[in-house]
Design a protein around this ligand. Structure first.
Ligand code: ADE
Length: 442
C-alpha cells in the first residue's frame, strides 16, 4: 500500500513512521530462517510519502497557505488553491488513484471495521488539516471530484469526539491501525495471534495479559495461565474478554453488525499441511460435502490433493471442530510458463451450521495473506463479488483476463482477480484452473 500524507508539519511523522511495526512494514524483511536467501525476503508492505503543503503555496515569498476567516473569528483557515493543487499533484505522482481521506472532527468515526475497509485499498492520500480547518469550498470540491473509490471522492474521518490541534495525530493513528492489518505487516507470532480471531471476536475488548513473575507483591497470576492447558486458557481468555466488554462497552455487543459476537467461540485458523494427515482428510472432505449440494466439491478437493497443484491449504476450527477449509491451487496462463505465480482461491467451504459468522471471511483473508507471502502475482476466485470485493478482488475482465473455458458465460461476472502489486503485472489473456477443475466440468 502506498500512503501519501499532506500536512504543514511533516516532521511530526518521522518518529512514528520510522519506528516499530510501521517502520518494519516499509522495509523488505529477510526470512529469519534463511536470512541470505533473497527469494525468501518479505517485500515491504507499505510505503510512506509525507508532503509539505507549503510546497504548493501560491505565495512564493512567504509560502503562506492560510488566511483569516471571512466573517471574523479566531484562527486561520487553509486556502482552497494550495490544498487543491497539492491533492491533484500528489495524486498524479503514482498511476494508482488514491482513496482520499480528510482527517476532521466532523468525519465518520474511525473504527476497526473502517480500518479493515481502508486496508483493502492500494493507495491512500491523507489530508491533515490544521488551524480552523480547510476552506469549505475545497472540501466540497474534493468530495465531488470523480474518483474510483466510489465514496464521492473524499472520506472524512474523525478519531474521536474531541478536538486536537490538527489532523496529524489522527492521520498517524489511522496509518498505524490500517498498516498493521496489511498481510505480512506483523511478525509471524503476532499475525498468528491476530488471525486466530474472527471479526466478531476482534470487535470485543481484549482479555488481560500477565507475565513474569508468577507472584508480584502478593498478587498471583491466574492459575489457569500457568496450567499449560491451552483449551482452558483459550476459554478463560474468551470469557474475560466477553465479561470486560459487557461491563465497559456493552454497545460493542449489541451493534448488530455481527449477530454472533456475544455467543461465537473463537475461530482458530491453521494450515493443514500438504497433503493433510490421513486422519484429517475425511473431516475436510466432509466439510466440503456438507457445504455444497453435490459431492463434486469434495471429489475435487481429493483430486487436487492427489495432484501437485495445491500451494497451501487452510482450515478453520471452532471449539476444536473443523468448520471450514480453503485451498489455493496453481493456475496457468495462455502464454504458458513465462507467466508465473497465478493461483486460484478455491474451493472455499464453510459447514452450513457455521455460515454467516465470519469463518469464510477469516479463511479468505488468511488465503490472501499467505498468497502475498508466497509472492504470487495474482489470485483468482469464482464467487460472490459482494463477499470478495472487501478483500480487494475486482472483476477479472476489468484487468483483461478471460476466465477458463469451463466457466459458463452467466458466471463470468463472478470471476474475479486480486493482483499483487509487488510482482510484475500479469499480461491479459485466458487463464486456466489446475487439471481437476476443468475435468469436472467436461
Ligand atoms: N483534527 C482535529 N481533531 C480531530 C479529530 N478528533 N479527528 C480527526 N481529525 C481531527
Amino acid at each position: 500500500m502506498r500512503i501519501d500524507v499532506l500536512t504543514l508539519f511533516p516532521e511530526m511523522f518521522d518518529g512514528v513512521l520510522g519506528s516499530s511495526i510501521l517502520a518494519r512494514a516499509s522495509r523488505d524483511v529477510p526470512d529469519p530462517a534463511a536470512p541470505d536467501d533473497p527469494s525468501r525476503v518479505r517485500p515491504a508492505v507499505a510505503s510512506y510519502h509525507v508532503h509539505q503543503l507549503r510546497d504548493w503555496s501560491d505565495d512564493p515569498k512567504h509560502a503562506r497557505v492560510d488566511s483569516p476567516p471571512y466573517g471574523g473569528g479566531p484562527g486561520m483557515v487553509l486556502r482552497c488553491e494550495p490544498v487543491w493543487s497539492a491533492v491533484r499533484g500528489i495524486a498524479a505522482m503514482d498511476p494508482t488513484p488514491p482513496r482520499r481521506v480528510l482527517l476532521t472532527p466532523k468525519g465518520r468515526p474511525l473504527t476497526q471495521a473502517l480500518c479493515e475497509e481502508l486496508a483493502q485499498e492500494q493507495r491512500l492520500l491523507l489530508v491533515a488539516g490544521h488551524y480552523e480547518g480547510l476552506d469549505q469550498r475545497v472540501v466540497d470540491r474534493l468530495r465531488e471530484d470523480d474518483n474510483t473509490s466510489g465514496d464521492g471522492g473524499l472520506l472524512e474521518v474523525s478519531v474521536g469526539d474531541y478536538v486536537l490541534s490538527g489532523g496529524e495525530l489522527p492521520a498517524m493513528t489511522l496509518i498505524d491501525a490500517v498498516v498493521r492489518l496489511l498481510p505480512g505487516a506483523l511478525g509471524h507470532a503476532e499475525s498468528a495471534h491476530r488471525d486466530s480471531f474472527s471479526p466478531g471476536v476482534a470487535r470485543r475488548l481484549d482479555h488481560p495479559h500477565y507475565t513474569r513473575p508468577p507472584d508480584w507483591q502478593g498478587h498471583p497470576v491466574p492459575d489457569v495461565l500457568l496450567s499449560g492447558d491451552h483449551a482452558a486458557i483459550d476459554a478463560w481468555r474468551d470469557e474475560q474478554s466477553r465479561r470486560l466488554t459487557a461491563e465497559r462497552r456493552p454497545d460493542l455487543l449489541s451493534t448488530g453488525s455481527d449477530p454472533s459476537a456475544s455467543t461465537a467461540p473463537l475461530i482458530v485458523i491453521r494450515d493443514t499441511g500438504l497433503p493433510p494427515p490421513k486422519a484429517e482428510l475425511d473431516p475436510l472432505l466432509a466439510v466440503h460435502a456438507a457445504a455444497f449440494p453435490t459431492d463434486a466439491e469434495a471429489q475435487l478437493v481429493r483430486r487436487l490433493f492427489a495432484g501437485h497443484d495445491v500451494l497451501f491449504s487452510v482450515a478453520a476450527d471452532r471449539d476444536d471442530q473443523l468448520v471450514g477449509h480453503v485451498l489455493v491451487s496453481a493456475m496457468t496462463h495462455e502464454h504458458g510458463g513465462s507467466v508465473r505465480g497465478l493461483a486460484a482461491l478455491a474451493p472455499l467451504a464453510v459447514h452450513p451450521d457455521h455460515q454467516r459468522r465470519g469463518v469464510g471471511t477469516a479463511l479468505a483473508r488468511e488465503a490472501v495473506r499467505q498468497a502475498r507471502e508466497h509472492r504470487l502475482a495474482a489470485l483468482f476466485v469464482l464467487g460472490d463479488p459482494d463477499f470478495y470485493r472487501p478483500l480487494g478482488f475486482r472483476p477479472a475482465a476489468d484487468h483483461g483476463y478471460t476466465p477458463p473455458e469451463s466457466v459458463p458465460p452467466e458466471h463470468h461476472h463472478a470471476f474475479q482477480v486480486l493482483p499483487f502489486p509487488h510482482r510484475r503485472p500479469v499480461p491479459p489473456g485466458r487463464v486456466r484452473f489446475a487439471g481437476p477443475f476443468d475435468d469436472l466440468d467436461n
